[in-house]
Ligand binder design. Structure first.
Ligand code: SF4
Length: 311
């Protein structure tokens, strides 16, 4: 049986701005399990990264969080700074967006990785670091551990970040757009790195991505986000083979590997969200009720869909 890691209930995140409250995440509830990969997909601005970063309290100061993210009997959203620091990297690790800016440019790789394992004895920590780097097929791991980030290629840096995330043997890794801005060759390398990570560990993975090929390749479940809400959730293969929600269908059709057919209109303002279904201004299937009432997340077999067509 897979072990429950984080139980998220009614998570909301809003940012106070001069223009008003930006409602970035709106009432998301889900469970993240050890040994399971959940991909969170959606357009830019759908709330994916804000959701992931909120679990580690890594949002700017103007973020207001409510709801609960229960981990080991405590609410991650309300933990004091000293406690959340002890969880970050060790129990819940983050693989951030950009390998070029995520590693400290003036610190050798071995020093950056030592901070994760918190190991004082030099011989032991070097040995551990080299072993971890080897797992990611880094050619000449001794040289890599002794290098500064600028001496490594993009793919190598991504491998170092992945090693840094798995070294502390966390329960969960949150990977925030790990393929964003990468060329095809490095992107394929990253797919392989993550496949290896999943095969070799029982760590849970929350993969935040707009890269649907990546999501389809490695995840067990997919959560589709629109305007800060989960609008569809289900088993990856089923969902990609037969998406139910009109937005999910449109989003998949808009991908370069599909028909590149864009969804008409634009995502709504997160300050002035539409009444009723957030997708109704763009939906070709809308009915009168759609602009008046908010649909629930309805169960359809083992799928959840936020749409009146499935009520
Ligand atoms: Fe379209 Fe209505 Fe379903 Fe929203 S609830 S996706 S507007 S059919």
């Amino acid at each position: 049986m897979i072990k429950k890691t984080i139980e998220i209930t009614n998570l909301k995140v809003a940012f106070s701005t001069r223009q008003g409250q930006v409602k970035a995440v709106n009432n998301i509830s889900m469970t993240l399990h050890k040994g399971q990969v959940i991909a969170m997909i959606g357009e830019t601005g759908s709330g994916k990264s804000v959701f992931g970063l909120s679990l580690l309290q890594l949002l700017p100061e103007n973020a207001k969080l409510s709801g609960e993210a229960e981990y080991e009997g405590k609410n991650l959203l309300r933990l004091p700074t000293s406690d959340i620091r002890n969880i970050r990297g060790k129990k819940i690790a983050l693989i951030p967006q950009n390998p070029d800016t995520s590693l400290n440019p003036i610190m050798k790789v071995k020093k950056q990785l030592r901070d994760v394992i918190d190991q004082k004895d030099k011989k032991t920590y070097i040995h551990k670091i080299i072993n971890e780097l080897k797992k990611y097929h880094l050619y000449d791991p001794e040289r890599v551990s002794d290098a500064y980030p600028f001496q490594l290629s993009g793919g190598m840096k991504q491998r170092v970040l992945s090693a840094s995330a798995t070294m502390g043997k966390p329960d969960l890794i949150i990977a925030d757009e790990p393929t964003k801005g990468l060329d095809v060759i490095i992107r394929n390398e990253v797919y392989q790195i993550f496949k290896k990570m999943i095969q070799d560990t029982d760590i849970g993975l929350l993969l935040i991505t707009h890269d649907l090929i990546f999501a389809n390749t490695i995840s067990d479940k997919v959560a589709v986000l629109y305007a800060g809400e989960v609008i569809e959730y289900g088993d990856t293969k089923d969902l990609f083979n037969e998406p139910y929600h009109p937005y999910t269908k449109g989003f998949i059709e808009a991908q370069p590997y599909k028909n590149l057919k864009p969804i008409p209109g634009l995502p709504p303002s997160l300050i002035h969200l539409p009444e009723g279904c957030s997708f109704h201004p763009r939906c070709s299937k809308k009915m009168p009720v759609c602009s008046q009432l908010k649909p629930d997340l309805y169960s359809v077999g083992n799928r959840n869909v936020r749409c009146f067509l499935y009520a």
